[in-house]
Design a protein around this ligand. Structure first.
Ligand code: GLY
Length: 348
């Protein structure tokens, strides 16, 4: 059942239960050639049946962050040539953020772009990765450093697929919902504190993100707020050689960047204490491979860097990222960062 259809200039968003069982996707496929690319872990669960319904070629990619690289993109491109895809082929991604990022990337470059639809199947992808048109692959220099801005023509968020989501995946998505609560939506933070109804929180987080994206699709200012927690978070993932789950890295990243906001006298202690209490639900452990110099080296490739300085998104209250004259981030010197890193290292 389609509960909601939200039409934004960049993307049509379908939300509901049993959405994949409706004929909407089939309708959008029309008479185009369709290739469905799915995470191998959900091949039997959803992909085979969906490919059959859509009369699509089915390709799978291995699960996990390590898959999101040039080699997999190249393999996928070769497979698209082998099955005879042209510019009129519709590419559909079915899976978590790794799948939607990687397939979106391939869709944006294959023959200079193919029509693309995204079906996120994890909470993380529903509330963050699949929303907003960023595509990406990782490189040895860091996470998501290569990619394009390529919004899918449609996104299907089927709440039912969450029923089969492993418990640890919930925390990955929750970390992004909490981030949205911290940077923009205090009421979402309160809902999370009260263990609010999950589909209401998902919807609110998606709407919040879409509103940001529509105002600043190319990340010239406001969209940077979505990187809160990710300067530290992405660096921790790189330090862990991508063994640390994204949600855990972002949760620790948000907490540490909230501490930095406190340290720089923007955030009140009372707000920080409430943030700390929330994040204690997560396993706050630094990767075994953590060293400060490795972290700083990984942060040196952060995409918000400007003029050789690392820049952070900071908050001045729960639900509000600081605008900093429209830059929505500010440079932080190694000295300013030091005491926050000292504080973070208690989770070694
Ligand atoms: N995940 C951050 C963004 O979409 O901008």
């Amino acid at each position: 059942m389609i509960d909601k259809i939200l039409i934004f200039p960049s993307t049509e968003l379908f939300l509901g239960n049993q959405l994949l069982k409706t004929d909407k996707l089939l309708e959008l496929c029309g008479n185009q050639k369709v290739v469905l690319v799915a995470d191998a872990a959900i091949k039997d669960l959803y992909a085979v049946a969906l490919a059959k319904k859509l009369r699509a070629n089915l390709l799978t990619i291995p699960s996990g962050e390590k898959t999101k690289n040039w080699d997999t993109a190249q393999t996928l491109i070769d497979q698209l040539f082998q099955v005879g895809c042209g510019r009129d082929t519709l590419l559909i991604a079915l899976g978590g953020g790794v799948t939607t990022d990687l397939v979106g990337f391939v869709a944006s470059i294959y023959m200079r772009s193919l029509p693309f639809i995204s079906i996120p199947t994890t909470l993380l992808a529903m509330v963050d990765a699949a929303i907003g048109g960023k595509t990406a692959i990782n490189t040895p220099y860091g996470k998501n450093l290569i990619g394009t801005m390529y919004p899918p023509q449609a996104i299907f968020v089927d709440f039912d697929v969450l029923q089969t989501l492993p418990a640890k995946e919930w925390l990955n998505g929750l970390a992004e919902i909490l981030k949205m609560g911290l940077i923009r939506d205090g009421s979402l933070w309160e809902m999370a504190q009260k263990n609010g109804e999950s589909s209401a929180m998902i919807l609110q987080a998606i709407l919040g993100k879409m509103q940001v994206i529509e105002q600043d699709p190319m990340e010239q200012g406001l969209r940077r707020i979505l990187n809160f927690g990710h300067t530290i978070g992405h660096a921790l993932e790189a330090v862990s050689l991508y063994k640390m789950p994204h949600g855990q890295a972002v949760a620790l990243g948000c907490l540490v960047e909230a501490h930095l906001s406190l340290q720089l006298n923007y955030l009140a202690k009372e707000d920080f204490d409430s943030i700390l209490a929330m994040y204690k639900k997560f396993a706050l452990t630094l990767p075994k491979t953590y060293t400060r110099s490795h972290l700083l080296q990984a942060m040196a490739h952060d995409k918000k860097r400007a003029f050789g300085q690392i820049r952070f998104v900071l908050i001045d209250q729960i639900g509000h990222a600081i605008p900093f004259d429209g830059a929505y981030c500010r440079s932080v010197s190694p000295n300013e960062l030091e005491s926050t890193l000292d504080w973070m290292e208690q989770w070694k």
